[in-house]
Ligand binder design. Structure first.
Ligand code: CTP
Length: 433
């Protein structure tokens, strides 16, 4: 019996895939198909895959062409699979010519002609979401650069809000807000924190999906109102705390929830920057809490929850700014937390999470880390975790934003209640100053 093996992502299974499977099967008697896992795809830079592993496996099975289907999880697995299954032929599409010649050592490698004119990328890009941008926060430039990596998303035009220094951007400029809203499907809001609520409302009322820099609003009531409006109009409203969407941070949260360091007793998170201070002063753009608050608060609210017992603030000011550094202290039923945020003060931007069995250390700048350590008293059990971070979390966020628009699914990475709590805390801090 001649055994053939082939691999692929098989997202939105299409005729090109079916032709490939047929040609592969025709080379022998028994066809084995490896389908890539989400994790493996992310680590090899394929971030746009829309269907889950199970959906893709089921689709391959439903073709009736494969005798065996299993997940491909790690680099180098192909050699293991070929040896373990006594495979005779490794077959793959001609877009991979030369890339798998190294497998000739284990079996016969065949490159099959690829079907022209169809691909998963084309299917994902069929319904392009036209994105308009409002604001001129420097973070906007990051977004403009990231969109190239996202299937099914294009920048339509940019509206530079007048309150800010005009910047030159390489995209068409909208002449006013109403033409921007008329010609787009979704809006990215990257303006001053104080103006975001107003623009979110405008966009949602015009029937546009919204992705907004964090915080989305400076008052609890305003945050509640915009999320309610999004629900009513069946629109997506994404709060863009980029770290929440990064692979390292979301894996860290899952590890903690699985009990790896026991019960969580203390969290210390610090986010500071000094470079922006002069610019922030000049433009009156924001302060420690409105710039860094959502990032600093993220691990505390995500891990210990939004139901703390007490909260208190200590804020330092300069002659030009009301809040150059704020320390927030939380008490929970059985835990405590501290968040330090600053725009006129620089400190070590690390994250420490202490549990009853061990602790997690995320080095500075923890909010864009690719790496963290789980440490125990007995160092032999220490473990290091490395993850790939594409576009500081923004790329994953945009992929999920497009996916939510197309499917109506909720934001998986950042719960609405967390965003609302951030606004509530900012409001309380503002009142306490
Ligand atoms: N394939 C093919 N003809 C196509 C598309 C894919 O023969 N038009 C083959 C690939 O060469 C590979 C297998 O199908 O051997 C699985 O490919 P996959 O990467 O999952 O599909 P693509 O459509 O190429 O996906 P993407 O656009 O995301 O790269």
């Amino acid at each position: 019996m001649i055994k053939i093996i082939t691999y692929g992502t098989f997202d939105h299974l299409h005729q090109g895939h079916i032709n490939l499977l047929k040609k592969a099967k025709a080379l022998g008697d028994y066809l084995i198909v490896g389908v890539t896992t989400e994790n493996f795809d992310i680590t090899r830079g394929k971030i746009n895959v829309q269907q889950s592993l199970m959906e893709r496996i089921e689709a391959v099975k439903a073709t009736g062409l494969a005798d065996e289907v299993f997940p491909e999880e790690y680099e180098g697995q192909k050699i293991d699979d070929i040896k373990r299954n006594n495979v005779d032929i490794f077959a793959i599409g001609s877009d991979w010519i030369g890339k798998f010649d190294y497998l000739n050592e284990y079996c016969h490698v065949v490159y099959l002609p690829r079907t022209e004119g169809i691909s998963s990328t084309m299917i994902r890009s069929k319904k392009n979401v036209k994105l308009g941008v409002i604001g001129s926060d420097p973070s906007m430039v990051k977004l403009l650069n990231e969109v190239d990596y996202i299937d099914g998303l294009e920048i339509h035009s940019v509206y530079l809000d007048s309150a800010m220094n005009k910047r030159i951007v390489d995209f068409p400029l909208a002449k006013d807000i109403s033409s921007l809203l008329k010609e787009t499907d979704a809006i990215y809001i990257a303006c001053k924190p104080v103006d975001r609520y107003k623009y979110i409302k405008l966009a949602l009322e015009a029937g546009k999906h919204v992705i907004c820099d964090s915080p989305v609003a400076l008052k609890k009531e305003e945050a509640e109102e915009v999320f309610l409006l999004a629900h009513k109009n069946k629109l997506c409203l994404y709060d863009s705390i980029k770290t929440a969407y990064s692979l390292a941070f979301s894996r860290l949260v899952l590890l903690i929830k699985s009990g790896i360091i026991g019960e969580i007793k203390s969290i210390d998170s610090t986010c500071t920057s000094q470079e922006m201070y002069d610019w922030l002063k000049e433009t009156n753009f924001g302060t420690s809490m409105t710039i860094w608050g959502p990032f600093g608060l993220l691990p505390v609210l995500k891990i210990l929850g939004t139901e703390y017992k007490t909260i208190s603030f200590n804020t330092l000011h300069s002659t030009e700014m009301k809040d150059i550094f704020t320390k927030i202290n939380f008490t929970y039923d059985n835990a405590v937390a501290t968040v330090n945020v600053g725009v006129g003060v620089k400190s070590e931007g690390d994250l420490r999470i202490a549990g009853t069995k061990g602790y997690i250390y995320v080095p500075a700048p923890w909010w864009k880390t690719e790496y963290f350590e789980i440490r125990f008293e007995n160092q032999a059990y220490n473990k290091r975790y490395f993850y790939k971070l594409d576009g500081e979390g923004l790329r994953t966020e945009l992929v999920n934003f497009v996916h939510s628009i197309n499917t109506g699914n909720d934001n998986y990475y950042l719960e609405e209640k967390l965003s609302k709590k951030v606004s509530e805390i900012l409001e309380a801090h503002n009142k306490a100053m």
